[in-house]
Write a protein that binds this ligand. Structure first.
Ligand code: ZN
Length: 313
């Protein structure tokens, strides 16, 4: 989940941030020396006069310098890479640290004319000032992280079909070739992959080194550990449409089949679905095999196939 630090308004900088929310770029202008100051502060950065007031500017400028960050500058700022970090010199003479958007690396040239792009980055309406080429048709961006949509919980819906453990025919009727509806979606980002690498000790570069994985790996970037994607099952809520009743104990007995047929690149959204593959009486109770498949959203081929064995006693 992208959770980048957000700007914190101060009394002095609030007009700048509020201006962006309202679609305006406000810079401080000094009435003593007629020059402009950025970032917002108490006094003019040229003559130190405190006679500064916010005025609206167009945001047009030129690219002063830039760099292509292929790995995050800080873990907090991870994703998506590469990031086109830049300094733009506005026509008023002030320089702004920013990110270029809507441009290919090959389009970027120091000294090129640029124009502002208002990027909405959080639900509370916070807007960051980004820039793009003067000829690019882009004015606004919505970068608010897509929260995985929780499956709608309809409390008025009919309760899930209840099947007693003693109801042999009822249990067999749950076995199906049809999968359940999809679960909620979950973002697997580099930060999560790094956490799992640390926890598991598996920090093979294909998972943790975006630069090397981009150059040498077969997938053009890092991928999640299969085991990580497998355990994320717990965060993917499924409505199987039934509920087994009348047991005293239910245990996860492991897996009959576990496969990782396709990779989950860092930055992918995943979701899952499941079906009851078989139910049978065994010596210790009743054993259900639940085929749980996890896919990258939009991908036909599963990333994880896991035939979970659940033992009811
Ligand atoms: Zn001044």
């Amino acid at each position: 989940m992208s959770n980048k630090p957000m700007p914190i308004q101060t009394a002095i900088s609030a007009p700048f941030w509020d201006g962006l929310k309202a679609g305006k770029i406000l810079l401080q202008h000094c009435s003593a020396c007629a020059k402009w100051t950025f970032y917002p502060r108490r006094h003019c950065s040229h003559c130190l006069s405190d006679q500064v007031e916010f005025r609206e500017v167009t945001g047009a400028g030129t690219l002063y310098t830039y760099t292509v960050a292929r790995i995050p500058t800080l873990p907090e700022f991870a994703g998506p890479e590469p990031q086109l970090l830049a300094v733009v010199e506005l026509d008023e003479g002030v320089r702004v640290n920013t990110t270029l958007v809507g441009l290919q690396e090959s389009d970027i040239e120091i000294g090129m004319r640029v124009k502002p792009v208002r990027a909405r980055v959080s639900e509370d309406g916070t807007v960051l000032l980004r820039f793009t080429g003067a000829n690019v048709d882009l004015v606004e961006l919505d970068e608010v992280p897509q929260q995985p949509e929780a499956p709608a919980v309809d409390t008025d819906a009919a309760p899930a079909r209840q099947v007693a453990l003693t109801d042999e025919a009822g249990l067999q009727a749950l076995v199906s070739e049809e999968f359940s509806p999809w679960s909620n979606q979950l973002l697997v980002d580099q930060a999560m992959i790094n956490q799992f690498a640390e926890l598991s000790g598996d920090n093979y570069w294909i998972h943790t080194d975006p630069e090397r994985a981009r150059k040498e790996g077969p997938f053009g970037g890092t991928i999640a550990h299969g085991a990580l994607v497998q355990v994320l099952t717990s965060k993917l809520q499924l409505d199987l449409g039934f509920e087994i009743t009348g047991f005293t104990n239910m245990v996860n007995y492991g897996s009959q089949r576990l496969r990782f047929p396709s990779p989950v690149p860092a930055g992918s959204l995943i979701h899952s679905r499941a079906r009851v593959k078989s139910i049978e009486k065994v010596r210790s109770g009743t054993q259900m095999v639940l085929e749980m498949n996890i896919h990258v959203v939009g991908q036909e081929r599963p990333a994880v196939i896991n035939d979970l064995i659940i033992l009811y006693m």
